[in-house]
Design a protein around this ligand. Sequence first.
Ligand code: FES
Length: 172
Amino acid sequence: MQSITETTQVEKENKPAIDKRLKALNVAMKRNHYRQDALIEILHKAQESFGYLEPEILEHIARQLKLPLSRVYGVATFYHLFSLKPSGVHSCVICLGTACYVKGGGKIISAIEEELGIHAGETTSDKQVSLMTARCIGACGIAPAVVFDGTVTGKQEPEKVLQQIKNWQSDP
Ligand code: FES
């Protein structure tokens, strides 16, 4: 078991301002005895502390829980409640799981990325919309699915998604 005072890369690169948050995260991992099955709880704590899950934090968690980084990324990107970048006012999560992808999810994300000029995981420059993707949100029956501000919608099309985003941007 590693001590919370052990110097990690995150801590080395840390600015003093985030020390408290990192400490809170380390305490949460210790309290959970660095159990790998506490990953979701730990990610919650990290997001609560940092506002979003930056790559260094995910690496830190992976090291502490002795999990492959790919597993930590997998869980962090699977659940739409986790954000890998600072969030905009609104969030648009496009499901790219197999069912959604083959029914047009891939076309939706391409169209949105092109129109907004950002990639999945990023936020528009007006800070109105964060664009994210998920692997399967459990709504395959209504694929392709898109989650607008936490509301799951189905049978989506690029035009409809773009319209929703434009509505957000024109009426913040
Ligand atoms: S693949 Fe999109 S909801 Fe399952």
